[in-house]
Write a protein that binds this ligand. Structure first.
Ligand code: KIV
Length: 274
């Protein structure tokens, strides 16, 4: 199945990602939650823009992804959609919008596609029930990105730790990855998975795994935009590389503004209408 993410014929599609895997080209994915950042991320050449339910923590200030609602996700995804021209736009289905029944999953995922213009949804888990849900979504025309390893919506049952290190971990993750692939997922996020296990899963699938904290053996990488920009200063996990220090830069710029206002240096004559 090929899904056009953008209005132009040059947009990234689910087929593009599969072809990139075949050619050995790495996929670069990032989150975005608003119009301006989405435009910057898209213009810089990102292949996949994800409106992640990390929105809950990064933008809304909750301490997990659980409280974010479908309406929150749709509201932000509509803004992101207006900023994305080329990348494939994927939107997370929040906690309890797809686990209760397959009918509800179709209704909620359908709302996301109809109301935001996104090309696909992402959901967490690799159980037989989730695989059946993926199958149903794909059957009605909704492309699905799966999410295995550490699944943040299960933080209260699995904690926040690297997944798959236990005896049989590789076999379990391989079985889940094959199940979501067989169900029709076009890609899968692998989060907090030991590098060798993620590489083995990647080699065994025809769909591209995209890693976060899963090493270089995946077909692509995804990071939370605010983390890699250095805006989320307290968050320093081992896997994260900061490609900017926008937290520091923002504080310095705002400090400069406050000082200039207080001293009367701003606004100057050139900022003032005659
Ligand atoms: O919600 C999110 O941002 C995600 C990424 C970390 C993959 O699921």
């Amino acid at each position: 199945m090929s899904v056009q993410s953008a209005g132009s014929g040059r947009g990234v599609t689910t087929t593009t990602l599969r072809e990139m895997k075949r050619r050995g080209e790495k996929i670069a994915a990032l989150t975005a939650y608003d119009y301006l950042f989405a435009r910057l991320v898209d213009e810089a050449g990102t292949d996949v823009v994800l409106v992640g339910d990390s929105l809950a923590q990064v933008v809304l200030g909750y301490d997990s992804t659980l409280p974010v609602t479908l309406d929150d996700m749709i509201h932000h995804a509509r803004a992101v959609r207006r900023g994305v021209r080329r990348a494939l736009l994927v939107v997370d289905l929040p906690f309890l919008t797809y686990q209760v029944s397959r009918e509800e999953a179709i209704r909620n995922a359908g709302r996301v596609l109809k109301e935001t213009g996104a090309a696909a949804v992402k959901l967490e888990g690799g159980s037989p029930e989730i695989a059946d849900t993926i199958r149903d979504l794909v059957r009605v025309g909704i492309p699905v990105m799966a999410h295995l390893g550490f699944t943040p919506q299960s933080v209260n049952t699995i904690g926040t730790r690297v997944q798959g290190r236990e005896a049989g971990g590789l076999e379990r993750l391989l079985a889940e990855a094959r199940a979501v692939e067989e169900a029709g997922a076009f890609s899968v996020v692998l989060e907090l998975v030991p590098g060798p296990i993620a590489a083995a899963v990647t080699a065994s699938l025809s769909i591209p795994p995209i890693g976060i904290g899963a090493g270089a053996g995946c077909d692509g990488q995804v990071l939370v935009l605010h983390d890699m920009l250095g805006l989320n200063e307290g968050f320093t996990p081992r896997f994260l590389r900061r490609f900017g220090e926008l937290g520091e830069a923002t504080r310095a710029a705002v400090g400069g503004y406050v000082e200039a206002v207080r001293s009367g240096e701003y606004p100057a004559a050139e900022h003032t209408f005659e």
